[in-house]
Design a protein around this ligand. Structure first.
Ligand code: CDP
Length: 234
């Protein structure tokens, strides 16, 4: 008889809403694995750039996307064996380009529209679902990648608070960009991510919405843990 599949908590939401910080904090606290799916899209994009692959080839050639995912898998495999977590120190895989910059995010958003790319990344994302469970953050974790998730969260925050958070994150890495410019760029990316035909960012009826504008990481994590506790009691 097939055993129960490891439980998944999905955390979807717009750019810089705190998904990554909350997922990392909570995954450590409850001992779950963590999938940062956005990082996979960013890394995939950097791989496309470093190998000089044209967007038209990428859009049409299913095998090319699969080949790129194999390249990515080879690079993150060692880390996966440690804790299934592609940590931020794994991100500078192609020289000096940092996967966390807004340019890398915007390029990720551009290629994330392509069915070839999304399809090629599906199995890799699902391979993170191992015991004792997984916290997966992204745009389509609850809708497409793990539709049978135990708990689905939609995490959001005001655009200005999200721009402030991203500003601080980049500043800590020595990258200085104006908050106003970041806010425009994030809103632009959210627009593309929410209006694309394939796997758009969208709120699900069965999701719990959390607005983190005035909540810190621990407060958001507390709400999620509380909800989990209530579900397990039922
Ligand atoms: O950190 P931030 O929320 O700004 O972005 P991210 O989660 O690193 O994702 C970068 C880009 O990858 C997003 O803007 C999406 O276009 C794309 N992405 C996606 O399409 N599906 C996912 N599950 C995760 C990210």
């Amino acid at each position: 008889m097939e055993g129960a599949r490891p439980p998944v908590i999905t955390i979807d939401g717009p750019s810089a809403s705190g998904k990554g910080a909350v997922s990392e904090f909570l995954s450590r606290k409850i001992g779950f694995n963590y999938l940062d799916s956005g990082l996979l899209y960013r890394l995939f994009g950097l791989e496309v750039l470093s190998q000089g692959i044209s967007l038209s080839v990428l859009a049409d050639d299913w095998d090319e996307s699969k080949r790129l995912v194999n390249c990515l898998e080879a690079r993150i495999d060692g880390r996966k064996k440690v804790n299934q977590n592609v940590s931020s120190s794994a991100i500078s895989i192609v020289g000096s380009v940092d996967a966390r910059t807004e340019q890398a995010g915007a390029f990720a958003s551009k290629i994330a529209k392509m069915p070839t790319v999304r399809e090629a990344l599906l199995d890799l994302q699902r391979s993170f679902r191992v015991n004792p469970g997984l916290i997966a953050d992204g745009r389509d974790m609850g809708t497409v990648v793990f539709p049978d998730a135990l708990l689905k969260i939609f995490l959001t925050a005001s655009p200005s608070r999200r721009a402030e958070r991203r500003h601080k994150q980049l500043k800590d890495k020595g990258i200085d960009v104006s908050v106003a410019k970041l806010e425009r760029e994030l809103e632009d990316r959210d627009y593309h991510d929410s209006t694309r035909g394939l796997s758009p960012l969208k709120f699900l009826e069965d999701s719990m919405i959390i607005d983190s504008t005035d909540l810190d990481v621990e407060q958001v994590s507390f709400l999620i843990e509380k909800k989990l506790g209530e579900m397990l009691e039922d």
